[in-house]
Write a protein that binds this ligand. Structure first.
Ligand code: G3H
Ligand code: ZN
Length: 345
């Protein structure tokens, strides 16, 4: 089916109490894997491209890949711009055929963030496209810790990792959480469709250990009444029942990704976890086949691994079975994977 807009899939998801995964693609294999996972689970899905991915693959290539994949899929597929940091990038994506935009003005003063977001909402709405924008700041781990600090932390047992992370970055993350009254004003004055409200997550974290401020998320959703977007989801604690084994001591008001879906999270962005899984499987295949000359023998297993990881997230978000296509359930997808016969090379 043709590319859907994020408005179509997210309003339905919010009304029915589940969330939709927004998975970052970096190359053709990841794009195929994401749509295959959604097809196999009969789930709507958002494929999203960061400015870095657009620079790497080219805007036309990204748009064409998403369009071809959506056309061949029996479930709704959305193409979203992730963290567009200026007006021009948003306009270029709108013209290219993206069906969902984002303006990320989190590092601007509030007044300017409101003015820029309102401009982009104006042009996007004039052609029926929805817009996401950010309030508060979802920080990035690479900007909070040095490479050496991260390597040191990652060598420790998981509970120790959490303890040190909390000590080193906890206060800074807390200071950047969005405020409900500002969020309400932002939504009222911009007309934005979805809100990337910072509620304690951090881009690029690992091991599903980081708790969210569920109390703040609830207040923001109640004040704004629009779907809230989760950024930095790869490192977030998935379920409160995992807290003890991971050494996560939940403070008052804190909770997990599952808790967050119940109180407003509707679009859940996942990038780091899929990229790491892609690299892990590709390197594993390379290790097993030293001297391999066919890149497909390394990229194929990486693609399969991303299908499996994406399916885990789709089940967690409970969007499986919500693709609106009974025929899609049990489908094996349509990738050209498998063994390459001699002569087809
Ligand atoms: O915009 C993309 C996301 O916020 C992804 O964050 O890399 O921590 O999963 P992540
Ligand atoms: Zn993000």
């Amino acid at each position: 089916m043709p590319l859907a807009t994020s408005r179509e899939v997210l309003l339905k998801a919010r009304a029915e109490g589940y969330a939709v995964g927004a998975f970052n693609l970096n190359n053709m294999e990841m794009a195929q894997a994401i749509v295959q996972a959604a097809t196999e689970l009969n789930s709507p899905v958002i494929v999203q491209a960061s400015q870095g991915a657009i620079k790497y693959a080219g805007l036309e290539m990204i748009t064409a890949m998403a369009r071809v994949l959506a056309d061949g899929a029996p479930v709704p597929v959305v193409l979203h711009l992730d963290h567009g940091t200026d007006y021009k990038q948003n306009v270029k994506c709108l013209r290219a055929g993206f069906t969902s935009l984002m303006f990320d003005g989190h590092d601007l003063p509030l007044e300017q963030n409101i003015a820029m977001t309102a401009n982009i909402v104006d042009i996007a709405h004039s052609v029926g496209l929805p817009v996401e924008a950010e309030i508060g700041s979802v920080l990035t781990i690479e900007n909070l810790l040095t490479d050496a600090e991260m390597a040191e932390i990652r060598a420790l047992e998981i509970p120790k990792q959490f303890e040190i992370l909390r000590k080193k970055i906890g206060r800074t993350v807390e200071e950047h959480i969005a405020k409900p009254e500002e969020a309400k004003r932002f939504v009222d004055e911009t007309g934005v469709d979805f809100l990337a409200a910072a509620v304690g997550s951090v881009h690029g974290l690992w091991l599903d250990i980081w708790p969210l401020r569920i109390d703040r998320l609830k207040e923001i959703f109640e004040a704004t009444q629009i779907p809230i977007v989760s950024h930095g989801s790869s490192g977030v604690l998935i379920d409160q029942s995992h807290a003890i084994e991971k050494g996560v001591e939940l403070l008052p008001g804190e909770g997990s990704l599952k808790d967050a879906i119940k109180v407003g999270y509707t679009k859940i962005n996942v990038a780091t976890a899929l990229s790491m899984e892609f690299n892990r499987a590709m390197l594993e295949a390379a290790g097993k086949r030293p001297g391999e000359k066919d890149p497909r023998k390394l990229l194929g297993p990486a693609r399969d691994a991303v299908v499996a990881k994406t399916k885990e997230y789709i089940r967690l978000f409970e969007s499986d079975g919500k693709g609106g296509s009974p025929a899609a359930s049990g489908s094996t997808g349509s990738l050209g994977g498998g063994t390459v016969a001699r002569g087809e090379e």
